[in-house]
Design a protein around this ligand. Structure first.
Ligand code: SAH
Ligand code: SF4
Length: 364
């Protein structure tokens, strides 16, 4: 094992990474270190505009500061292990953390945009029964630097005529269970002096951590996606065990009463269709009433089958009938096709195999 790979969790926590900090946080931190706040502007420019990953090359910083950055700080958080390309152009990046875990990010080209799906945890503690990441359990939360670096590394593998236009927090993990790092990563991605992505180009997907929805919407006008997947508590309790803690009425009630959701910022509901489980016409008929009062768009996705889950996608005819019923009821609905399934890059297929069981849900 190389010295790089043998770094322990303690090493990780001890050395701050420059990419863990948003604009305000880095200015504050530099002042605590005895450096002028404007040095943060210079450092951010080196890292994000010029792509420099070595503090000794930041020539407009005082020598003493450069030396301390080299000695006590990190800049790079992940290494790119492999890029797999699907027949449909979807690319899956396998990335290694400094403590030896593998995480995945998926780049999905569409007609006028290039969307990157980022991971927020190594594994996930929520154990949704149809999800490969859920079957892994949680190893640990990712740091903000590790989320941001997925974006930087994805940009580095783009062709010269491509650009990254959208970021969705829909990879491995539950973003709202890693709020400190996820919120800082949103600040970093959207800050005009850092990566300057418009908040409407970001989407955060949650299986329904209700108390974190308001803080997310207050942080920035990003899109919110809710993984719904069922129309009754008895079915959702089984598919998304978090439902026992935040049942449908609590989740949907919170969204109905949320003033930061409106016509210009609809909620995206994700509904993964599983054969014989949640794909009946009765389910389709229950949905409009459940969503009533929430400006929303519904994405229906046939289940991506994989070895860790027993569920299967329904036939094309069942998917079409389900969607048609919703159309008739006036629901804004799109039937999504699976992307990247041939390289296990589709939703719910992300599972880097090294991960082990970890601690359960921790909400403060
Ligand atoms: N933890 C968050 C975000 C990551 S999962 C969440 O659950 O929302 C991203 C999306 O993929 C979620 O909507 C999730 O329900 C869905 N998903 C998981 N496994 C899937 C599978 N096997 N087929 C299709 N979608 C799946
Ligand atoms: Fe976690 Fe989302 Fe998978 Fe559920 S669907 S186990 S919340 S990653």
């Amino acid at each position: 094992m190389s010295a790089h790979e043998s770094m322990t969790q303690m090493d990780l926590n001890d050395r701050p990474n420059l990419k863990d900090f948003g604009y305000d946080a880095l200015r504050d931190r530099f002042q605590q270190e005895g450096w002028s706040a404007y040095r943060a502007d210079q450092v951010l420019q080196w890292i994000y505009t010029r792509g420099v990953g070595d503090a000794s090359l930041m020539t407009d910083l005082p020598a003493e500061m450069r030396d301390r950055l080299v000695r006590d700080w990190e800049i790079n958080a992940l290494t790119l292990k492999a890029v797999q390309k699907s027949r449909d152009g979807t690319r899956k990046l396998a990335l290694r953390t400094r403590d030896g875990s593998t995480i995945e990010a998926v780049m999905i080209p569409e007609e006028r945009r290039n969307t990157l799906c980022v991971s927020t945890q190594v594994g996930c503690p929520l154990a949704c029964s149809f999800c490969a990441t859920g079957a892994m359990g949680l190893t640990r939360n990712l740091r903000a630097s590790e989320i941001v670096e997925q974006v930087l590394l994805a940009r580095s593998v783009l062709d010269p005529d491509e650009s990254l236009t959208n970021v969705v927090y829909m990879g491995m993990g539950e973003p709202l269970l890693n709020w400190p790092a996820v919120s800082e990563s949103i600040r970093i991605l959207t800050h005009p002096k850092i990566l300057a992505l418009a908040p409407r180009r970001l989407t955060v997907s949650t299986s329904g951590i209700v108390p974190r929805i308001r803080p997310l919407l207050e942080l920035a006008p990003v899109n919110l996606a809710i993984s719904l997947h069922a129309t009754t508590d008895s079915v959702r309790d089984v598919l998304v065990p978090l439902n026992r803690r935040f049942p449908l009425e609590v989740l949907l009630g919170a969204l109905k009463n949320e003033p930061l959701i409106g016509r210009r910022r609809p909620v995206f509901f994700e509904y993964t269709l599983m054969e014989g489980i949640n794909d009946s016409i009765s389910d389709a008929r229950r949905l409009p009433a459940l969503l009533h009062g929430i400006p929303s768009k519904l994405n229906v996705i046939p289940m991506n089958p994989h070895a860790d889950a027993p569920q299967r996608p329904p036939s094309r005819a069942v998917c079409d009938a389900f969607t048609a019923e919703l159309h008739r009821a006036g629901v804004r609905v799109t039937l999504r096709r699976n992307r990247g399934a041939d390289i296990d890059a589709a939703c719910g297929q992300l599972a880097a195999r090294e991960a082990t069981e970890g601690p359960g849900i921790q909400l403060d």
